[in-house]
Design a protein around this ligand. Structure first.
Ligand code: S3P
Length: 173
């Protein structure tokens, strides 16, 4: 089984993914970390030095390689992973892949992301929490059409990562 967690930045993909992988007793992988390792640079460095197109190409290549490769895993995708090229189609067409959308509200996301926006090149330029909230509202609306194509949609706004992982596990088994 290849479980791909998708959703906006700050929706909890990595923290839920680690717990879920532990419960399923399969490896956990973080796509952002795989990209950083492959490029030998941090995500902000990749965006600044190589550009967004390079980042998206690497992201697509690595996810395609993992989907085609052997073995089970839980993957925390990046927030934009399913929204570029044919990646969502690829995920949906991989028989052993199950995608899970961690659906989160705009106020919860902006509250979580404001203190750590510097780590996210797409958000670093936003100066106040209100500006961030407005940006996320539009961006999430644009991306929802991709996220909603997931095999499972889980409400990830209020519950703890442990509870969300438990909910996903019940739906998977
Ligand atoms: C991005 C999300 C980030 C990272 C990059 C771009 C996006 O991942 O891949 O900064 O386009 O939403 P997280 O969702 O893990 O923060």
């Amino acid at each position: 089984m290849k479980v791909i967690l998708i959703g906006y930045m700050g929706s909890g993909k990595s923290s839920v993914g680690k717990i879920l992988a532990g419960k399923l007793e399969i490896p956990f992988t973080d796509l952002d970390e795989e990209i950083e390792e492959e490029a030998g640079m941090s995500i902000p460095e990749i965006f600044a030095g190589k550009g967004a197109v390079y980042f998206r190409r690497l992201e697509r290549e690595l996810v395609a390689k993992r989907l085609a490769g052997p073995g089970s895993f839980v993957m925390a995708a990046g927030g934009g992973t399913p929204c570029y090229g044919n990646t969502m189609e690829l995920i949906r067409e991989t028989p052993e892949a199950v995608s899970v959308y961690l659906k989160t509200t705009v106020p919860v996301l902006s509250q979580r992301l404001f203190p750590e926006k510097e780590k996210r090149p797409l958000l670093a330029h936003l100066n106040s929490e209100n500006e961030l909230k407005e940006f996320i509202g539009i961006h999430l609306f644009e991306r929802s059409g991709f996220y909603e194509q997931a095999s499972l949609v889980v409400d990830a706004s209020l519950n703890s990562p442990e509870e969300i992982a438990g909910t996903i596990l019940r739906k998977l088994l």
